[in-house]
Write a protein that binds this ligand. Structure first.
Ligand code: NAD
Length: 499
């Protein structure tokens, strides 16, 4: 390791947390063991070693957590004024500002994102808390005109939906839990979070920190465990009013089915296969790194990764050459090494899946431009894959149709705008996408033509809570961010008052 690439030393708080013998479920303000006594090993993907033991919660534990959340929802929490909830969110903003380093260290060890990348997410996380704090005191109904001949005043009020089940994936739990927690705390709901079995630690630590900072017992609960056990139990529990789910389309489908038991409200943020479209007049100084990091950030484990890079045919050679140049700047390494900008894949299972797609791509006739191998040497115990680029890809190949969720970029050539739109829209998914051109009219035509929840023009990956993002088609429904986000944690009550 070079002198400038240091392994970050764990701070005392992160070290103390990680050295706990076993992590319990967080229910009603305290850690408790799973009723079954079962546990799950969670592994550091940078070295394949067991990092911690998690309680393997199941139906019985979910039931306890939902009951605690219900008691809290009906209890003193329900009398908190919007200003009290806003003040709490401002306080949490301060606390997380101070505790951020500890949390990113835990997250980096647990899910393998490079520490430098995670540290850079601090402003985004803090901004999210400010956004939800502002929203807490901005919940409003309407006075409504009516056509009733008698003297009747009419209005609508907003009220919290109740107990929320938050089911989140492993690819960025520190951030993704706050899309749920922020809305829950702003609206006066309560929550049972079910993090992914491969990366639960930052969620457990956040729950504890929030409680210490004044979130009442039972308002935020965490049940760790497998999706088929704890996850399914939460999605099908009759005491849960709403599910906020982020994860794969396949699991999303089973959550829809489970939700029918009591007609739960759903918000589903699912998978993607986003098209990143580069025209020959694109500014390549920006477009090449933009398109590359649209895929390789977080080792490709981002739902809106622009994995289908559509390049105008006359630009393919120059783009490919410049891309290879950019890829030399990527530094794949252990997550806690200060200079890594690409970490490992989350798990052996996910690594196997990514490697199998690389094999499929070659068998389908795509040309491997670079990468394609698992990294060995001093990284052999971790789950590292070389950043990989396929060229000569067509949109019928499985590597262009299925979500790989790894560092695999496919270049698909196109002739003109019409063909670019046809390829972009020939997908089951509709999550993200981008267009790179200096022609604003063309950019807007493409923005209008691509059927997707979010489009970026001459950039990739901005997400802002004030603006929000969401999906269409099989990428799910329900906004994240924007005023619409909070609205889905509330229900509307219409009121008729005879005067
Ligand atoms: P996953 O669907 O396997 O798991 C997500 C969560 O659901 C985990 O907590 C898991 O334990 C739980 N789960 C699994 N089976 C369940 C079941 N039957 N009932 C209830 N819960 C269950 O997804 P993953 O592999 O953890 O994450 C990767 C996927 O998430 C990718 O498809 C990615 O695109 C998607 N994702 C989407 C967004 C978005 O905002 N659209 C963001 C991040 C990740």
């Amino acid at each position: 390791m070079s002198a400038d690439n240091q392994t970050v030393t764990l701070c005392a708080e992160a070290q103390a947390f990680l050295s706990r013998e076993q992590h319990g479920l967080f229910i009603d303000g305290e850690f408790v063991a799973a009723e079954s006594g079962k546990a799950i090993n969670t592994v550091n993907p940078s070295n394949g070693e067991v990092l911690a033991r998690l309680a393997a919660g199941d139906k019985a534990d979910v039931d306890q957590a939902v009951k605690a959340a219900r008691r809290a929802f009906e209890g003193p929490w329900s009398t908190w004024s919007p200003y009290q909830r806003q003040e709490l969110l401002f306080r949490l903003h301060q606390v997380l500002d101070q505790r951020f380093e500890e949390l990113v260290q835990i997250e980096s060890m647990d899910m393998g994102a490079p520490i430098a990348r995670l540290r850079n997410t601090k402003p985004a996380l803090l901004k999210m808390l400010l956004f939800f704090a502002a929203q807490a005191a901005n919940i409003k109904g309407e006075t409504l005109m009516n056509g009733i001949p008698e003297q009747v005043a009419t209005m609508s009020l907003k009220a919290p939906v109740g107990v929320v089940g938050g089911i989140i994936p492993w690819n960025g739990p520190l951030n993704s839990q706050f899309w749920v927690l922020g809305a829950v705390l702003a609206t006066g709901c309560t929550v049972v979070l079910k993090p992914a079995e491969d990366a639960s630690l930052s969620v457990l630590r956040v729950a504890e920190i929030l409680h210490e900072a004044g979130v009442p017992a039972g308002v935020v609960n965490v049940v760790t465990g497998y999706g088929a056990d704890a996850g399914h139990a939460l999605a099908s529990h009759p005491g849960v009013d709403r599910i906020a789910f982020t994860g794969s389309t396949q699991t999303g489908r089973s959550i829809i089915q489970a939700s029918t038991v009591n007609i739960k409200k759903l918000q589903l943020e699912l998978g993607g296969k986003s098209a990143d479209i580069l025209f020959k007049d694109a500014n390549l100084e920006k477009a090449v790194p933009g398109a590359a990091m649209g895929v390789f950030a977080n080792s490709g484990q981002i739902c809106f990764a622009g994995t289908r890079v559509l390049v105008q045919r006359s630009l393919v050679d120059e783009f490919s050459e410049r891309l290879m140049g950019f890829m030399d700047t990527l530094r794949v390494g252990r997550s806690m090494e200060s200079q890594s900008n690409m970490g490992p894949i989350i798990s052996q299972r996910q690594l196997d899946s990514v490697m199998s797609y690389i094999k499929i791509g070659q068998e389908e006739g795509a040309k491997l431009l670079c990468g394609g191998k698992r990294l060995g040497g001093d990284l052999e115990n971790g789950y590292f894959v070389e950043p990989t680029v396929f060229t000569n890809v067509n949109n019928q190949m499985r590597i262009a149709r299925e979500e790989i969720f790894g560092p695999v970029l496919s270049i698909l050539p196109f002739e003109d705008e019409e063909e670019a739109l046809a390829i972009a829209n020939d997908s089951d998914y509709g999550l993200g996408g981008a267009v790179w051109t200096q022609d604003i009219s063309k950019a807007l035509r493409v923005v209008n033509g691509v059927k997707t929840g979010t489009m970026w023009v001459n950039c990739y990956g901005y997400i802002d809570p004030l603006v929000g993002f969401g999906g269409t088609k099989m990428s799910g429904y329900g906004a994240k961010g924007s005023a619409a986000h909070l609205d889905t944690y509330l229900y509307s009550k219409t009121v008729y008052i005879e005067l």
